[in-house]
Design a protein around this ligand. Sequence first.
Ligand code: THU
Length: 133
Amino acid sequence: MNEKELIDSAVAAMKSSYSPYSGFSVGAALLTCSGRIYTGCNIENSSYSITMCAERTALFKALSEGERDFEAIAIVGGRDGRITDGCPPCGACLQAMSEFCGGDFTILLFDGDNVNKHTLGSLLPESFKIKKQ
Ligand code: THU
């Protein structure tokens, strides 16, 4: 995996963030096992609760193109369009990832200075699952 390329893609995606209500931009870049990168940003709405997170934007873009196998995601976020925070995915995004990704799926968090490497299993040790019939 080219971690720098994945992080650079997340940084570029963050520029498309539509976040006039929180002022907090997030960018994500999702790497498939076949080597493709799908990017996403957060997209807010004046009906606040329908806001979509960057991670799920990227995931749903990839899924809707038929992708099902994922290796890693890079995430960046911060105020006023700058990377000011390490930005771990929210619980809803972790749960969405867990539908398609195993515990060894890599989650890269870039805070502007350092890359912190996590796995889905470490950030969400137990996910809700319904056994397929
Ligand atoms: N946000 C994300 O894009 N990803 C997360 O995992 C958590 C939060 C966005 C949603 C909202 O637009 C802004 O960050 C502030 O909550």
